[in-house]
Design a binder for this molecule. Structure first.
Ligand SMILES: [Cu+2]
Length: 463
C-alpha cells in the first residue's frame, strides 16, 4: 500500500453518496469510475468534533444518526451495492482539548466512522490494514454468512499488514450494531479499534425519531503524562471514555423541545456501565438483537449496558434544561490521576502540613473535606493529562470527568441544528437556593435501636 497522499499525486474530493461535514473531511485517494472493483475512496477525518448528520443522496433513503464527537463513513453506490472503505491504522485521538492519546482506529479517528446503511441493501466493505500486525473486522450483531463474520483463524485468515480484504453481505434486518477486530482483541480494542454500524429500517417512518445519537463506551489505561494505553491492563483503567473522549471533552447531546430522541450506546470496555440520564423517564427500545416491542418496554432512568452489548433508549424531549447524562459508577466520572489515595475526610492535617512544607514548600493537604477541592484547585499536573475532575458550568466546577456529558433540550432549535446552545437560562424561581430563614431544632433519637411499632392494641387474630 502506498502512502495515501502520494497515491495519485492529486487531491480531489470525489462525489459521494453521503459525506461528513466538508470542513474536516480530507479525501486523499481518487478512484477510477470505470473499474468495477477498484478501491473506493478512504476518507479521513482530522477533527474529533461532532459532525452534523448528512442525509443520503444515493441508495435507499434513511434518517441519519449523529455520532457524538464523530462522523459517518461516506459511501458510493456501485450498481446496487453500497461500497465503503475502512482503513485500520494508528491514529492520534484528542481525548479532550489538548490531551492526545496515541491509539489505533479507522480512517483517522478512534472510534472509527459510523457505517450507515438500510435493511435490504447489499454492502461491500473494503478493509485496508495499515497496522503493524494482522487484524480482522467482526460485524457485531449482524446476520450474515459465516465466512463474513470476521473471526481471525476461525472464519478467515487475519488481514496481513499492508493488505486489503473485502467483506460483502446483505443487510437482512434493521438495528443497532458495531464493528471491532476479532484478532489480538485485547490489544486492538485496548488501543481503541471500534465503530458503530447502524442498519436503518427499510420504511423510514418505522420508529422514526427526530434525533438519533450514537456512541461507544471504551476504557483506556494511560499514565498521566504519557500518550500510549497500557494494553495489558485488565481491570484498573483510568480513563473512561464516550467515543474515545472524556469530559469536559465530550460534546453535549442537543435536542429541540418536543423532539423524539433516541440514544444508542455500545459497550466495548471490560465492565458494565449503568448509564443514567437526568430529567426524564425513558424507554429501552432496542438491543443489538433488535427492536423491543412497545408492550415489552420498561420505563427507566438508568440503563445498564452490559459488556459487549448495545442498547437504544428513547424519550420525548418535553423537559427543557441541561440534564446530566453519565455512567453511575462514580469512579467512571473521573479522569486519569492516582486512585490509590487514602481517605482523609475528617483528618485535620494542619500540623503535618506545616512539617511537610519545611521540606516541600508547595505541599497542599487535600481531601480533608472530601475531594471536590481536587477539581477546584489549579494543581500542577503532568503535561498531556486531564484533571481528575474538571469542566466548568454556569454555577462553578462540575466536578466530573470521564463518562459524563449533558443532554441539552431547548425550545425552537432548527431540525438540523446540533450546535451547543450554551447553558440553560432557568426561568425565575426554578433554581435551588440558599435558605436564610430560621431552622427548627434538630430532633434526635437517643438510641439507634429499632423502635417497636406503637399499636394502641395488639392485632387480634381471626380464625
Ligand atoms: Cu461506567
Amino acid at each position: 500500500m502506498t502512502d495515501r497522499s502520494s497515491a495519485t499525486g492529486m487531491s480531489r474530493r470525489q462525489i459521494l453518496g453521503a459525506g461528513a461535514a466538508a470542513g474536516a473531511l480530507v479525501s486523499t485517494a481518487a478512484w477510477s469510475r470505470t473499474t468495477n472493483m477498484s478501491l473506493p475512496d478512504a476518507p479521513l477525518m482530522e477533527s474529533s468534533a461532532t459532525q452534523t448528520p448528512v442525509r443520503p443522496t444515493a441508495g435507499l433513503p434513511y434518517n441519519p444518526v449523529c455520532t457524538l464527537n464523530g462522523w459517518s463513513l461516506p459511501f458510493r453506490m456501485n450498481g446496487n451495492v453500497k461500497e465503503f472503505h475502512l482503513v485500520a491504522e494508528p491514529v492520534e485521538r484528542e481525548l479532550s482539548d489538548g490531551t492526545i492519546a496515541h491509539l489505533w482506529g479507522y480512517n483517522g479517528q478512534s472510534p472509527g466512522p459510523t457505517i450507515e446503511a438500510v435493511e435490504g441493501e447489499r454492502v461491500r466493505i473494503f478493509v485496508t490494514n495499515r497496522l503493524p500486525e494482522h487484524t480482522s473486522v467482526h460485524w457485531h450483531g449482524l446476520i450474515l454468512p459465516c465466512g463474513m463474520d470476521g473471526v481471525t483463524g476461525l472464519t478467515q485468515p487475519g488481514i496481513p499488514a499492508g493488505k486489503t480484504f473485502v467483506y460483502e453481505f446483505e443487510l437482512t434486518k434493521s438495528g443497532t450494531h458495531m464493528y471491532h477486530p476479532h484478532g489480538d482483541e485485547m490489544v486492538q480494542m485496548a488501543m481503541g479499534m471500534m465503530g458503530f454500524f447502524v442498519i436503518h429500517p427499510k420504511d423510514p417512518d418505522f420508529m422514526r425519531v427526530d434525533r438519533d445519537y450514537v456512541f461507544l463506551l471504551s476504557a483506556y489505561d494511560i499514565d498521566p503524562g504519557s500518550y500510549m494505553p497500557r494494553v495489558m491492563e485488565m481491570t484498573d483503567f483510568n480513563l473512561w471514555a464516550i467515543n474515545s473522549r472524556v469530559f469536559p471533552g465530550v460534546d453535549p447531546l442537543v435536542a429541540a423541545k418536543g423532539d423524539r430522541v433516541r440514544v444508542r450506546v455500545g459497550n466495548l470496555t471490560m465492565t458494565n456501565h449503568p448509564i443514567h440520564m437526568h430529567g426524564y423517564h425513558f424507554e429501552v427500545t432496542g438491543t443489538d438483537g433488535g427492536w423491543v416491542r412497545p408492550e415489552a418496554r420498561w420505563p427507566e432512568v438508568t440503563i445498564d449496558i452490559p459488556v459487549g452489548a448495545m442498547r437504544a433508549y428513547e424519550f420525548d424531549a418535553i423537559h427543557e434544561g441541561d440534564w446530566a447524562l453519565h455512567c453511575h459508577k462514580s469512579h467512571h466520572t473521573m479522569n486519569a490521576m492516582g486512585h490509590d489515595v487514602p481517605t482523609f475526610i475528617g483528618a485535620d492535617k494542619t500540623n503535618v502540613a506545616r512539617k511537610i512544607r519545611l521540606i516541600q514548600p508547595e505541599y497542599m493537604p487535600m481531601g480533608t473535606n472530601g475531594m471536590a477541592d481536587m477539581a477546584e484547585m489549579a494543581m500542577p499536573i503532568p503535561d498531556n493529562t486531564e484533571p481528575m475532575m474538571g469542566g466548568w458550568g454556569p454555577f462553578g466546577s462540575v466536578e466530573m470527568g470521564g463518562m459524563f456529558t449533558v443532554m441539552k433540550v431547548r425550545e425552537g432549535l432548527a431540525a438540523d441544528d446540533y450546535s451547543d446552545p450554551g447553558w440553560f437560562d432557568h426561568p425565575p424561581g426554578t433554581v435551588a437556593y440558599e435558605w436564610t430563614g430560621s431552622l427548627p431544632e434538630v430532633a434526635s433519637m437517643d438510641e439507634a435501636a429499632t423502635v417497636p411499632p406503637q399499636h394502641a392494641e395488639p392485632v387480634r387474630r381471626v380464625d
